[in-house]
Design a binder for this molecule. Structure first.
Ligand code: HSE
Length: 307
């Protein structure tokens, strides 16, 4: 294996579920974290610096998710003991439904894999990332970029990546409070009715078909859900009003981004109007928020030159 001393990786934020595609669909977005990894001779050294989002909050010890992911690759490759130095430059807000933990996992895996000469292909990295995250819908687009459909079978993930219509853009409204994925998952019941399952099967198929064929006029009927959003609405004050405000301002549809609390509008125009309308609707419920206009990222996690 051809090893290097230092690598730098850029990883996109992601928006999972995309409405009806719970734990299955995801899109990579143009908001990025950056990880610098260096392996050192001092075997016991772990030196982690967090800049930007999560600085002061994220652990800088063995619990750090980037470090755990780096170690997972080194252990699998039987690389042996080594010191690790990490600099994490984070722009993806934490606990907002924009894939910050997936970015940490995928970034750590890709960086470690690259630094030891890429012994593992992307299929293996995706399986490892899914095991660390618990579900594949954020880690798949973080790794591959674009729009991904991922299903888990036993320990393996099957992932299909599709291009999105070029005119499609995303406006995310990020409220000023965090919501843990664990708490948002606990709000979902263990079983649902057959009727609700059929509702989501149909909308997920319609969404994938609309995206694959470029028929965006079908998105408004497709970007709806009965498997998770109704149960999580109580955790996000004003959610349904923000959905409605975004649609009235011209969005094709508005859904929870991942497990929330950020809400994602799918648009082809009027990005500012849609973003401002969503912020205003949250404000009526005394929630302050901001919006970002994002593009789809087609690269996924990628190695760049070390600084
Ligand atoms: N599919 C996941 C959920 C995404 O909605 O819980 C959050 O990681």
């Amino acid at each position: 294996m051809q090893t290097k001393n230092q690598v730098r990786v850029i990883i996109p934020a992601t928006t999972a579920n995309c409405g009806p595609g719970f734990d299955t669909l995801g899109i990579a977005c143009s908001l990025y974290n950056e990880i610098e990894l260096e392996l050192t001779d001092s075997r016991n050294l772990t030196d982690i610096k967090v800049l930007g989002e999560g600085s002061g909050n994220l652990p800088v010890n063995s619990r750090n998710l980037v470090l755990r992911s780096v170690r997972a690759v080194l252990d699998k490759a039987e690389f042996g003991e080594t010191g690790v130095r990490l600099i994490l430059r984070n722009n993806i807000p934490l606990s907002r439904g924009l894939g910050s933990s997936s970015a940490a996992i995928v970034g750590g895996l890709v960086a470690a894999n690259a630094i030891i000469g890429n012994p593992f292909n992307k299929d293996i990295l995706l399986d490892m990332a899914t095991r660390l995250e618990g579900h594949p819908d954020n880690v798949a687009p973080a790794l591959h970029g674009g729009f991904t459909i991922s299903v888990q079978q036993e320990q393996r993930v099957t992932c299909l990546r599709l291009p999105l219509p070029s005119e499609l853009r995303l406006v995310v409204c990020i409220p000023d409070f965090g919501l843990s994925t664990r708490k948002a998952r606990e709000a979902i019941p263990g079983s649902v009715t057959h009727k609700d399952a059929v509702y989501n099967v149909g909308r997920t198929a319609l969404l994938v078909g609309a995206i694959a064929s470029g028929r965006l006029e079908y998105l408004s009927d497709a970007l709806v859900d009965k498997l998770h959003q109704p149960y999580r609405a109580a955790l996000i004050p004003g959610m349904l009003d923000v959905f409605e405000a975004g649609r009235e301002a011209g969005a094709l549809g508005v859904v929870m981004s991942g497990a929330g609390p950020s809400l994602m509008a799918y648009v082809v125009e009027n990005e500012e109007t849609v973003g401002e309308a969503m912020v205003k609707a949250f404000a009526k419920h005394k929630i302050s928020s901001r919006y970002l206009s994002l593009e789809v990222d087609y690269n996924g996690a990628r190695i760049t030159d070390p600084a």
